[in-house]
Design a protein around this ligand. Structure first.
Ligand code: SF4
Length: 262
C-alpha cells in the first residue's frame, strides 16, 4: 500500500511532519527489522509535537500501529524522538473492555459451591418489613410488626423490590417461556387454558404460572399465560390416528411348539 499522510489534527508542525524517516528509524530500532510497515499518517499532539503512525508487521499484532512521537526545540529544525509505542489501530484485535467480576458472571457460570453475593444496595431487594411501593406509598417500618413476624417465623430479611419484580417479569416474558418463543407460535393453545398450568400468587401471577406437564420441556418453568406448547391439555389425537385396537391374546393349551433347544 502506498504511503499516505493523513492529518488528524490541525496545526501540525511542518518540520516534524516531514521527519517520517527519523520516525521510521526509531520504530525499527525498537521493533526490529521487518516489524515496521508502511507509514499510515501522523497526528499533531501539541505545539511542536507530532506522532507518526506505521503499520505493525509484528506477528499477533495485526491492525496495530507503531506510534513514534517526535518533537523539536524552539527555533530548531532537528526532530528528536520522544517515545515509540505499539498502539491498537482501528482494525486491531484487542481484549474486550474490562468488567467487574459481578457483571461478568452469567447464570450459567454458577456451579455447585459457588457463591453469588448481592450488594447491600441491590435495587432488586428491599428490607422484608417494607410493604408497598416505596416510591409512592409511605414506608412501614413498624418495629412491632417486624418483631411479631420474626417471632412466628414469617419474616425474610429481604424481599423483592418493585424494580426486581419488574425486571424478572420482563426477563421471563422475553425468554423461551414467553409468547415469542418459536414453540409458542405453533402451539394449539395457550398456557392460560391448559390444565397443566399451576397458578402463582401475587402480582406476577397475573402474567405467569408454572408448567407442570412432565412430558414437555417447559415442565417446572415459569411460563407466561400467553405461552403455549404442543403438550396443551386440550390436545387429543384424532380418532383416525389412534392406534389400532389389538384382539385379546389367545392362549393355546392344546398344542406346543419346540423352542429349538438341544
Ligand atoms: S403443557 Fe404447554 S401449554 Fe400447558 S402449561 Fe405447560 S407449556 Fe403451557
Amino acid at each position: 500500500m502506498a504511503a499516505s499522510t493523513r492529518t488528524l489534527r490541525a496545526r501540525s508542525d511542518p518540520a516534524l511532519v516531514d521527519a517520517v524517516e527519523v520516525a521510521r528509524e526509531a520504530a525499527v530500532s525498537v521493533g526490529g527489522e521487518g516489524q515496521v510497515g508502511e507509514h499510515e499518517g501522523h497526528r499533531a499532539e501539541g505545539e511542536r509535537v507530532v506522532s507518526h503512525l506505521f503499520a505493525s508487521r509484528r506477528p499477533g499484532y495485526r491492525g496495530w500501529q507503531w506510534s513514534v512521537t517526535l518533537t523539536r526545540a524552539s527555533r530548531q529544525k532537528t526532530a528528536t524522538v520522544d517515545e515509540v509505542v505499539l498502539l491498537p489501530g482501528p482494525d486491531a484485535i484487542v481484549a474486550p473492555v474490562w468488567l467487574p467480576w459481578a457483571e461478568r458472571v452469567r447464570p450459567a457460570d454458577v456451579g455447585p459451591g459457588d457463591l453469588v453475593p448481592t450488594d447491600d444496595d441491590d435495587p432488586r431487594l428491599v428490607p422484608g418489613w417494607l410493604t408497598g411501593d416505596p416510591a409512592t406509598e409511605p414506608l412501614i417500618d413498624d418495629t412491632a410488626v417486624r418483631q411479631v413476624a420474626d417471632e412466628v417465623g414469617l419474616a425474610r430479611p429481604q424481599v423483592l423490590s418493585l424494580e426486581g419484580r419488574d425486571a424478572a417479569a420482563e426477563r421471563w416474558y422475553d425468554s423461551d417461556h414467553g409468547p415469542a418463543a418459536p414453540i409458542a407460535a405453533t402451539a394449539p393453545g395457550r398456557c392460560i387454558g391448559c390444565g397443566f398450568l399451576v397458578r402463582m400468587a401475587g402480582p406476577l401471577g397475573l402474567l405467569f404460572g408454572v408448567c407442570a406437564n412432565g412430558n414437555v420441556a417447559d415442565d417446572g418453568n415459569v411460563v407466561s399465560l400467553d405461552h403455549g406448547c404442543g403438550g396443551h391439555s386440550d390436545v387429543r389425537l384424532p380418532s383416525n390416528r389412534l392406534p389400532e385396537k389389538l384382539p385379546e391374546p389367545v392362549i393355546d393349551t392344546v398344542s406346543y411348539e419346540p423352542l429349538g433347544w438341544d
